[in-house]
Design a protein around this ligand. Sequence first.
Ligand code: DOR
Length: 449
Amino acid sequence: MSRTLFRNASIVLPNSVVQGSLVVEDGKIVDVNAGDHASADSVVECDGLHLMPGVIDDQVHFRDPGLTHKEDLATASRACAAGGVTSFLEMPNTKPPAVTAEGVRAKERIASKKSLVNYGFYIGATPDNVDELNTVKDVPGIKIFIGSSTGNLLVDEQEALERIFAETTLPICAHCEDETTVRANAERLAGTTNIADHSNIRDENAAINATRRATELSRRYKHRFHVLHVSTAAEVPLVADGAPYITSEVCLHHLFFNVDDYARLGSRIQMNPSIKTAADNKGLYQALLDGSIQVIATDHAPHTLEEKSQPYPQSPSGLPAVENSLALMLNEVSAGRCEITQVASWMCDAPARVWGMVGKGRIEPGYDADLVLVNLAESRTIRDAEQHTKAKWSPWDQVTLQGWPVATYIGGHPVFQASKGFDESFRGQKLRFDHSRGGYWATPEGIGS
Ligand code: DOR
């Protein structure tokens, strides 16, 4: 048995921050209210630091297998560890795409060899793989590209969508941009090389039409459904009051970038769904604050700078973010725009509950000791050359943030320490999902057991 004492931290509990010491025994949190001198084999001194649950990023594209010149599970998971992300859920648009149980298992085998942090892989829907969607086990859920993006996964025929919502049982998440709207806009703007037209082609209506269509299916078939990367304030009424079936998510780039930034950042902020307006930034932030949207994720989608520097529309959509997401939100805490308990809810507890992740997302006895120690007083500037993602750039290059992770622990083990670097020999574990617990809107009781 091994016991570690995290001494004198500001501990971020689900609804409060308490000053105290936390004990981890054999990888699990056993006491959140221990004395400073509780017995332990090792002690982590936490004076002046906050101890929060490790971040769970439920939407990343890590490119392994098949597109590993952009990223792979070794580089991506190092980026996670450096950014305070202890678990990730990865999307199926790899090469080949993960649209069979065996495709998912193949990715897990790669992760077991390369990943420093914990992992889970969605199975992708195609117009005709309902049987696979029903036989696959131990996955967070089903991903549908209702609008096409990187890769060739697309299900936008009504009949095929109805079949997936009607005949499968796993929770579903979807990329909601309406293909018909996008194609009509692209035709109207054919020949454009203006990057700002990306937001006119993938416009507000594309997002609204697809989110309306998908949330209607979820309600009609009483099927758990998570709307990925909501990008417009106008979609908020469609996802708010989603209980008991619908949850939703916003990404950092849709909170912090808008169309006015194309002039400065060009294709670095070319994303699907496209970034929208300053009013959308504001509306999405408000939706987080009032609980209409529950989850923050990154949609980490790296491409090389060489690929990105092709003229629009050859430039691919996607940006890397996984190592800066927590710092971006801690900076919000430092600026007084939200509380650290809210950040822990949006980035740790909520994703764990949406996907039924057993033992994750909270600091509470019985939960896994996946933790991140953060320094709200540290100010640091993001720089392309210092990024751990293989793509080696960030849309936030040269941006200074206050509030950074200083150490990341999985099962109480330090996988990253700013002062020492990575424990390259550590390997994360395959995540466990229990969908019988009812998802986000059910009570979290028991998830830690
Ligand atoms: O812009 C995007 N790129 N959006 C996505 O949802 C997928 C992604 C990618 O995989 O490159």
